[in-house]
Write a protein that binds this ligand. Structure first.
Ligand code: ATP
Ligand code: MG
Length: 446
C-alpha cells in the first residue's frame, strides 16, 4: 500500500477511535465493557461492538442518547427495555444488561445485547445475486416464529423492516429494535395523536413497510400492521428491491393504489382525513396487479419464486389485505400451506412471560415525568457494576407499580387464556433468581 494511503488510513482510524470514545463514555461500566468499533446506527441509537471483559464475550451496545429528553424518546426507550428484559427466544435479540449514564441533555441509556453479525438489509443487498429461495424461506419462518411469540402476548413490533432483523452467519434471524413495540388491546382502538403525528412526518425510512391503516389514518389493529410488513419483507427478499418503495406519505399511498389496486369502499369510508380520502378517490380505479408480475425478479430468470405457485400467491394476497381485520394473522400464517411446505413442522413454542405484557400495558399512558421516573428505576446506573447487580436476587423493578397480589391475579388469567390458545403453558423464564436463566440483574434505582 502506498505510504500516503497508509498514513491517511491511520488518521481515519484515529478519528474513528476518538468518535467511538466520545460516543461510548461508559463511566464505571467501562470496567465491564470495552467498545471496539461502531457497527450500526439508526434514527435513535448508535450501536458498537464491544467485549465483556470478564467473559471475553463479544456484545453489541446500543446507546440511546438523551433518552429522557422528549416523551417520544423516553417512551421508545422504555418500550425497548420492557419488551426485551424478560424475553428469551431464539428469534428475538437477547438483552444481557442495561445501564445509564448522565449526559449533557439528560439520561443516556445503554442496552447490551448479544452481538449479531449482520442485518437482513445487508444480506439482501450485499450480493449481486438475489437471495436463494432456501434462505428466503428460512428467514421468513424464523421471522414468523419470533412474531408468534410476541403476537400471542398481544405485543406488536410495529417497526419491522430488513435492517431491524439481525442475522448470523449460520442463518439465525433475530428480531431487534423494539422502540415502537406496543401492547395492543385491539378492542380499544385508541388513537394516539402524538405518535401518529410523529410517524406521518419524521419516520420516513419505514414508509415502504407501513400498513394502510397507518397511512390512511384508520383505527389501528397493531399486530396486523406487522403482518403487512412481513409481506413487504418477503417481497423484498424475492425481488431484491423494496416492494412498495414510497418516499412520502402521498407517494406511498399512490404506490399502494398502483400496485395493489383500490381499497374496498368500506375501508375508504372509514378514512377520517379528508385529504387522504380525496387523494384515493381522485386517483381513479386501477385493476389489482398480478402477483406473478409484482413479485417478478428478472435476475432469477426462469426460477421465479411466485410465478404459477398458487399457495405463495394466496399467502401474499392474505398478507396484503387493505382491511386489517381480513389480513391473515400470525397463527393462520404459520398454518398456511405455503409456510407448511417451505418450513419444517415446528414444535409448540414456550410462552412469552406474562410480566412482559404487564410491563408493556402501562407504557403508552405515561406522562413524560412518569416515563423518566420509570426509566430511571428500570435501568441501573453505570455506577452500580454488573457484578454487584448479579449478586442481587430480586427481579422486581423499583418501578413496578402494581402489587404482587394483583400481578398474581393477572398472571393466572393469562395462563388460563394461554391454555385455551393451545400453548404449552411455560412461563416466567426470566424469573429465577440466582439461576442461569435470568439475564438482567436488577432494576433497583441507584
Ligand atoms: N445486537 C446487535 N448486533 C449487531 N448489530 C446490531 C445489534 N443491534 C443493532 N445492530 C445494528 O445497529 C443498527 C441500528 O440498531 P437499531 O435498529 O436498534 O437502532 P434504531 O436507532 O432504533 O434504528 P431505527 O432507525 O430503525 O429506528 C441495526 O440496523 C443493526 O445493523
Ligand atoms: Mg433499526
Amino acid at each position: 500500500m502506498p505510504a500516503k494511503k497508509e498514513g491517511f488510513n491511520r488518521v481515519l482510524d484515529g478519528l474513528k477511535k476518538r468518535q467511538l470514545q466520545h460516543d461510548f463514555k461508559l463511566e464505571r461500566a467501562a470496567e465491564t465493557y470495552e467498545p471496539i468499533q461502531n457497527i450500526g446506527s439508526g434514527a435513535f441509537g448508535i450501536v458498537c461492538e464491544a467485549v465483556e471483559t470478564s467473559s471475553n464475550d463479544k456484545v453489541a451496545i446500543k446507546k440511546v442518547a438523551h433518552a429522557s429528553a422528549t416523551p417520544t424518546l423516553a417512551r421508545r426507550t422504555l418500550r425497548e427495555i420492557r419488551v426485551l428484559r424478560y424475553i428469551d427466544h431464539p428469534n428475538i435479540v437477547t438483552l444481557r444488561d442495561i445501564f445509564r449514564t448522565q449526559g449533557p441533555l439528560g439520561i443516556d441509556v445503554f442496552l447490551v445485547m448479544d452481538l449479531m453479525q449482520n442485518n437482513l438489509h445487508h444480506i439482501i443487498y450485499g450480493n449481486e445475486e438475489p437471495l436463494d429461495e432456501y434462505y428466503i424461506n428460512k428467514f421468513l419462518g424464523q421471522l414468523l416464529r419470533g412474531l408468534e411469540y410476541l403476537h400471542v402476548a398481544s405485543i406488536a413490533h410495529r417497526d419491522l423492516k430488513p435492517s431491524n432483523l439481525l442475522v448470523n452467519q449460520d442463518g439465525t434471524l433475530r428480531i431487534a429494535d423494539f422502540g415502537m413495540a406496543k401492547f395492543t388491546d385491539n378492542s380499544s382502538r385508541k388513537h394516539d395523536d402524538e405518535e401518529h403525528c410523529y410517524y406521518m412526518t419524521q419516520h420516513v425510512a419505514t414508509l415502504p413497510y407501513r400498513a394502510p391503516e397507518l397511512l390512511f389514518v384508520l383505527p389501528e389493529h397493531s399486530t396486523a400492521v406487522d403482518m403487512w410488513a412481513v409481506g413487504c419483507i418477503f417481497g423484498e427478499m424475492v425481488i431484491r428491491n423494496e416492494l412498495l418503495p414510497g418516499r412520502s406519505v402521498p407517494g406511498q399511498i399512490k404506490i399502494l393504489l398502483t400496485v395493489l389496486g383500490h381499497p374496498p369502499q368500506h375501508v375508504i369510508d372509514e378514512i377520517r382525513c379528508e385529504r387522504t380520502r380525496k387523494l384515493i378517490q381522485d386517483y381513479g380505479t386501477k385493476a389489482d396487479g398480478e402477483w406473478d408480475d409484482i413479485m417478478h425478479c428478472k435476475a432469477r430468470g426462469a426460477d421465479q419464486i411466485v410465478r404459477g405457485n398458487c399457495d405463495t400467491i394466496d399467502f401474499v394476497k392474505q398478507l396484503f389485505q387493505y382491511d386489517a381485520t381480513k389480513r391473515i394473522n400470525i397463527q393462520d400464517a404459520l398454518r398456511h400451506p405455503y409456510i407448511q411446505r417451505v418450513t419444517p413442522q415446528m414444535a409448540a413454542q414456550k410462552k412469552c412471560p406474562f410480566r412482559v405484557k404487564r410491563d408493556m400495558m402501562h407504557v403508552e399512558d405515561l406522562s413524560h415525568q412518569d416515563l423518566i421516573k420509570l426509566m430511571t428505576q428500570d435501568v441501573r446506573s453505570a455506577e452500580n457494576t454488573y457484578n454487584e447487580m448479579h449478586s442481587g436476587g430480586s427481579f422486581w423493578s423499583a418501578g413496578d407499580f402494581q402489587s404482587e397480589r394483583s400481578y398474581e391475579i393477572q398472571k393466572a388469567k393469562y395462563e388460563t387464556s394461554s391454555h385455551t390458545n393451545g400453548l404449552d403453558g411455560q412461563h416466567e423464564l426470566g424469573y429465577v433468581s440466582g439461576g442461569h436463566q435470568w439475564r438482567i440483574p436488577s432494576y433497583c434505582a441507584a
